[in-house]
Each structure stands twice: as structure tokens, then as C-alpha cells.
Design a protein around this ligand. Structure first.
Ligand SMILES: [Zn+2]
Length: 427
């Protein structure tokens, strides 16, 4: 029934923008909060209803739809050769508590529209398409984030399977409720030879594209991340009777540590961003010199080497601060996620797709984590960003202009066509 498209007719192909926007609104109503946000955490009844809608949309798009044992929803579209590796498109539809309607959901719904546009133009690609709504990207109720993506690459630990969430419910039970099967997670694993490439369209969740008035972001890498727990121990003492020169004030030392962390990134340091986002002090009373301060440090960069440099610089600086302030400071590495580079070939494809649509594009890193960084273990990955108003995400204020959402979906469509054209005959 379908033929390879000519390059010319392929270039003229567009997604049905109004339908995409309508579907974003429909999915956003599931779990909608009074202040305009969305709470559709994984493993909840809202998530189940959202998943039902996505399945229905996949079926409407003619996709052979299934739920794998990790409760990822997968829609298959045949290619010219069934034995060839798939071009995978996807993202997630779960949200953080009181998050926005676009984070994740946009990428899934746009991928489904890509399939529909191909159908509407009777287009048979060389590659089969696999459109995935990954389960539990956000790590609901204290579970591991990017759960479904980790399952797909076979990277779950035993502890992920035996885990109990913050509500006391075993993950195996949660999976079962969503149509998964914890006893057969091996069936959710995709080997590298089954995936030709993975493309994810997402809102930027940062302010760069908007501030430069550029519609399309070509992601060069997803930043790595390292977190440290720092404990400063001084001596709690009377705020009225302890002379300044005799104090061992843990909070004064902590203040210097916070500035040292900032200096790791700004005005110029080894890493892109460095943050102390959480801090607690004891005894935390207005008339007591603080005795103990604990804080968490978050370092991110597209280079793992840079993160290591920053970590060792911070470690030596806290020793000096401890000496100066008569305190003891411990810095303990918590966890780290390696940086992931996006595939150069896919970056080219996305840039060219943007140009063919007369859309400006900019290469930038992703500061947030995405399913793509896990799928990178089995396939080359590419990511497309569209601007986020005010750079805000994970809140009800999350917003991207309708034109930008449609433009991003068209870039995804044109990237799929260009990728298939370029790599379709080589397998
Ligand atoms: Zn997301």
C-alpha cells in the first residue's frame, strides 16, 4: 500500500498541529490540579488513565501497541524490512507532583503525530518505528527515576525490584497494576542490535532558547551529575557569652563552603553549574552558635572529567575552610550519573531538519536528565528541545508557545524522514 516518498514530498510533510495541541490539552486534564498544574505520578490512578489515553491514541495512529513487562507502552509501526533495527521515538507521560502538562507528555504525543503524518502520506519507512511512553521517568514516591528506560537496557538492580516505595508498596505490585510483570523483566530488555537510533523531543526546561529567541535546540549532551553530602561540625555554644574569636561556628564555615561551591562554576570554574540546594543546621536556635550543618551539593557538566576536577578542588577547599574556621568538614560522594553525548550524525539530521523548515537552531546541553541518557547505553541518541517560557518546568507555570510545540514536532517528523533517507539502506 505504501511507497517510499520522494524527497520533495517528504519535505512538504507536516504534523497535524491542532490535533497535537488538542491531545496535549486532553492528557493535561488527567491529573489536573486547581492551580493549572498536573499531578500524574507514575503508579497512580491518574497515571493509569493517562496511559489509557496514550494507548488509544497509538491505536488510532495504526500502531501495534503493547505494554512490556516494565510497563512501558510501546507502539510499533512496521518498516520496509521487519528484521531491521527500529528507529525509536519516545519520552514519558508521568509528572512530578504539581508539575506541568508538557514535560515528557509533549514528546510522546508528538511522536504519535509523526506516525499519523506518515500514515496520512502513505509513507513506508525503511526502519520500523517504535514509539515508547517510558514508565516512571520521574521516580515517583522515592522509586528510581527513568525506571522503564533502565528496564529496557537491562540496567535495573536487584534492589530496584525488591524496593518498597515511600507509601510502603512493593514496586512489583505497582508494576503489576500498570500491566507490567516484575517476574519477567528480562522480556522488557532490548539488545543494541534492535535499535538503530533513539530520538526524543522535549521542552527545554531552561531559559537558553527563549533568551536567544531560537525555536529549536539541538542537544549536544545530557549533563552528568554528581552529588556530595557535606557535614560541617563546629561547637554549639551560647550566643551571648562566647567571644567571637573563640567560636567554632559551623554555619559561618558552611557559608564559605557555599561560596566555594558557587565558585566551581561562576564566574569561571571547571563545571557548568554548581548548587547547594539543601541545608540544615543544629541546634537551629536564635541564641545558640550553630554546632552542625549538613548540606547537599549538586555538580553538573557535559564532561565527567570536569565534574571530577570540581569535586577534588572542592575537597581541598573545604580542608582550608575547616582550618580557618576551627571546624571539621567531611565531604562524602553520594551518587553520580555520567554525562552522555548525543550522536553527531543525529545532531546533523536535527539541524538540517530545522533548516529545511526555516527554523533557527542552537546547540546546547541538557541540564536535566532524560530517558535518552539511559537509552544511550544501547543506541545512538538525539534530542530536540523547544523553548520553555521563563525557563520554568516541574511547576504549573510550565509553558511553551503553541507555534514552538508544533515546530518541534515538525522537526521530529523531518528528522525521522531525513534519518531514514540517510541511513535506511545501509543496514
Ligand atoms: Zn521529562
Amino acid at each position: 500500500m505504501r511507497n517510499r516518498v520522494t524527497t520533495r514530498s517528504a519535505r512538504a510533510m507536516r504534523v497535524a498541529g491542532d490535533r497535537l495541541l488538542a491531545n496535549i490539552r486532553s492528557l493535561g486534564k488527567i491529573g489536573a490540579t486547581p492551580d493549572g498544574g498536573v499531578s500524574r505520578l507514575a503508579f497512580t490512578s491518574e497515571d493509569a488513565r493517562g496511559r489509557e489515553l496514550v494507548r488509544d491514541l497509538m491505536i488510532e495512529a495504526g500502531l501495534q501497541t503493547c505494554v512490556d513487562s516494565a510497563a512501558n507502552i510501546i507502539g510499533h509501526r512496521p518498516g520496509e524490512r521487519q528484521d531491521s533495527p527500529a528507529l525509536m521515538l519516545g519520552s514519558h507521560i508521568d509528572t512530578v507532583p504539581n508539575g506541568g502538562a508538557l514535560d515528557g507528555a509533549y514528546g510522546v504525543l508528538a511522536a504519535i503525530e509523526v506516525a499519523r503524518a506518515l500514515n496520512d502520506h502513505d509513507t513506508l519507512l525503511s526502519h520500523p518505528l517504535a514509539i515508547v511512553a517510558f514508565n516512571n521517568e520521574e521516580g515517583a514516591f522515592g522509586t528510581r527515576g527513568m525506571w522503564g528506560a533502565h528496564a529496557m537496557v537491562g540496567a535495573l538492580d536487584e534492589s530496584d525490584l525488591t524496593a518498597v516505595d515511600d507509601r510502603g508498596r512493593p514496586v512489583a505490585e505497582l508494576l503489576f497494576d500498570m500491566g507490567g510483570d516484575a517476574g519477567h523483566l528480562d522480556r522488557a530488555v532490548w539488545s543494541a542490535d534492535r535499535v538503530a537510533a533513539y530520538l526524543e523531543l522535549h521542552i527545554e526546561q531552561g531559559p537558553v532558547l527563549e533568551s536567544r529567541s531560537v525555536q529549536i535546540g539541538v542537544v549536544e549532551a545530557i549533563t552528568g551529575r554528581s552529588t556530595l553530602d557535606i557535614t560541617v561540625r563546629g561547637k554549639a555554644s551560647h550566643a551571648g557569652t562566647t567571644p567571637m574569636e573563640l567560636r567554632q561556628d559551623a554555619l559561618v564555615a558552611a557559608a564559605q563552603v557555599i561560596l566555594a561551591v558557587r565558585d566551581l562554576a561562576y564566574p569561571n570554574g571547571p563545571v557548568r553549574v554548581a548548587t547547594v540546594g539543601s541545608l540544615s543546621l543544629a541546634p537551629n536556635a536564635w541564641n545558640v552558635v550553630p554546632g552542625v550543618v549538613t548540606m547537599q551539593v549538586d555538580l553538573r557538566d557535559v564532561s565527567d572529567v570536569a565534574i571530577r576536577q570540581a569535586t577534588s578542588r572542592l575537597r581541598s577547599e573545604v580542608l582550608e575552610i575547616a582550618m580557618r574556621t576551627a571546624t571539621a568538614i567531611e565531604a562524602e560522594n553520594q551518587y553520580s550519573v555520567p554525562a552522555v553525548s548525543c550522536d553527531l550524525g543525529l545532531r546533523d539530521v536535527i539541524a538540517e531538519a530545522s533548516e529545511s523548515l526555516d527554523l533557527g537552531h542552537l546547540t546546547l546541553p541538557s541540564g536535566a536528565g532524560h530517558d535518552a541518557q539511559v537509552i544511550a547505553r544501547i543506541a545512538p541518541v538525539g534530542m530536540i528541545f523547544v523553548p520553555s517560557k521563563g525557563g520554568i518546568s516541574h511547576t504549573p507555570e510550565e509553558y511553551s508557545a503553541e507555534d514552538d510545540l508544533i515546530a518541534g514536532a515538525n522537526v521530529l517528523l523531518q528528522s525521522v524522514l531525513a534519518y531514514d533517507e540517510r541511513y535506511g539502506r545501509t543496514f
